[in-house]
Design a protein around this ligand. Structure first.
Ligand code: NAI
Length: 454
């Protein structure tokens, strides 16, 4: 069968590209070996958000007295939470399937790999089928990184060690969970499991959690999680795993902790192996497919979008990259910008960030101004957060142009996009002062902040 476009991978980059391309009239095939929706829909963004929402309701009810709410005989049923998660995933994957059908894209449920070229363009195997395509989009995503620490492989085989994939299907919550890696996945799942009563310990190699995000807000988030009972071992190096035990080194001393399960969340690796990239000579940058700002690879007619290009491994980046790639295929001028991509850690409270942090501005030697405000300046935040200690930071250049912003507060995931667009449009604090925010909303903290910029 021959196509205008063959998409390898049916995650956010792949399915959205196929939708956009199909809509534009390109005859498109999507090859997906697991389930449409990829990691995001099946074992990442969406499943974790359904779990975290249940935890938030439970936390709210448990601490309701502060708000005049009394609940008795309260409990949370993890298996029921997982069942609901599966329902949400089913509904959304069915939605993706019908969107692809609506644009007449063909979906092949098989592992795809590039075989080489043919007279039409590129030859791809989708299981037993042979597809021919004038263009190719590589959107094969990423997989959990597996460290070569003694005991990890055996642990993964026995089920003692889990990645984001397996942990989301546990029917029974572990009594004690050890999370290796205090990044986004580790923190979100630590937040969920600690809320539902699991004793959670996080072992992180660095001296801080939450990666590159603002250090002050990360430390505050850590304090919030500690209040919920999460234990952190920072600057700690895991040296080995044995059934029921994790051994690590900290301050030059060997230590160990006992747990029922281990979550391995130490980052992700682009899926570039075993998909035939070498048949076309597609160039890599490290383990990722090298792409330019139009998502082109070094091979004309081949684009790559999403985690596989290793740039910013977030579903919303993948969506935009997919659109840029398809626009480029259609001859529509477009290019990818990476300077205003919001990122959110959906813990309770959420930590949201976009653009430069104070620390990055310092590191880059950029002359900057900082406004830092307690979230309590926003009336709705105060109304809904008894003892809320959230903070918002706004980074501008000396002329007031917005460079970045971060907030530790629930709903910040919903308003960080505003800051991202102000950055994208090159707006100054003075210009944002004229924007009307709905009142009362947590987002009004941005309005407060821009009025503090001189
Ligand atoms: P990550 O890169 O966010 O964090 C990994 C953490 O593990 C880092 O803090 C690192 O220092 C630590 N680490 C690495 N090796 C270690 C070792 N041997 N021992 C102890 N600590 C070690 O990776 P994560 O959490 O696995 O997430 C993967 C990707 O998925 C990220 O790119 C993230 O952006 C994306 N993601 C995004 C979400 C969101 O936007 N809310 C949710 C979940 C994942």
């Amino acid at each position: 069968m021959s196509y205008d476009l063959i998409v390898l991978g049916g995650g956010p980059a792949g399915y959205l590209a196929a939708e956009r391309a199909g809509h534009a009239g390109l005859k498109t095939a999507v090859v997906e070996e697991r389930s449409l929706g990829g990691v995001c829909l099946n074992e990442g963004c969406i499943p974790t958000k359904t779990l975290l929402y249940s935890a938030k309701l439970y936390d709210g009810a448990r601490h309701g007295e502060k708000y005049g709410v009394k609940a008795e005989g309260l409990s949370i049923d993890h298996a029921a939470v997982v069942r609901r998660k599966n329902k949400v995933v089913r509904l959304l994957t069915a939605g993706v399937k019908s969107q692809l059908k609506a644009v007449s894209a063909d979906v092949f449920s098989a592992r795809g790999s590039i075989l080489g070229r043919d007279t039409e363009g590129f030859l791809v195997a989708a299981g037993e089928e042979r597809l021919s395509g004038r263009r190719l989009l590589i959107a094969t995503g990423s997989s959990a990184a597996i460290v070569p620490i003694p005991g990890v492989r055996e642990g993964l085989e026995s089920g003692f060690v889990l990645t984001n994939r397996e942990i989301l299907d546990l029917q029974t919550a572990p009594e004690r969970l050890c999370v290796i890696g205090g990044g986004v996945i580790g923190l979100e799942l630590a937040s969920y499991f600690s809320s539902i009563g699991t004793q959670v310990s996080v072992i992180e190699m660095l001296d801080h959690i939450a990666g590159e995000t603002d250090g002050e807000l990360a430390a505050l988030l850590q304090a919030e999680l500690v209040k919920k009972g999460v234990r952190f071992e920072l600057s700690a190096r895991v040296t080995g795993l044995e059934p029921g035990t994790v051994t690590y080194e900290k301050d030059g001393e060997k230590q160990s902790l006992s747990c029922d399960r281990v979550l391995l969340s130490i980052g992700r690796r682009p899926n570039t192996e075993g998909i035939g990239l070498e048949a076309l000579g597609v160039a890599l940058s490290g383990r990722a497919v090298a792409t330019d700002e139009r998502m082109r690879t070094n091979v004309p007619g081949v684009w790559a979008a999403g985690d596989v290009n290793g740039k910013v491994m977030l579903a919303h980046t993948a969506y935009r990259e997919a659109e840029v790639a398809v626009n480029d295929m259609l001859g529509i001028e477009d290019s990818m910008r990476y300077d205003a991509i919001p990122s959110v850690i959906y813990t309770n409270p959420e930590l949201s960030s976009v653009g430069l942090t104070e620390q990055e501005a310092q590191k880059q030697g950029i002359d900057y101004k900082l406004v830092k405000l307690p979230m309590n300046y926003a009336g709705r935040y105060r109304a809904e957060n008894e003892d809320g200690r959230g903070i918002m930071k706004l980074v501008t250049d000396p002329a007031g142009r917005i460079l970045g912003g971060q907030a530790l507060a629930n709903y910040s995931s919903e308003f960080i996009v505003a800051l991202g667009s102000f950055i994208g449009m090159g707006m100054t604090a003075a210009q944002v002062q004229k924007v009307i925010f709905p009142h009362p909303t947590v987002s009004e903290i941005i309005r407060e902040a821009v009025f503090q910029c001189e």
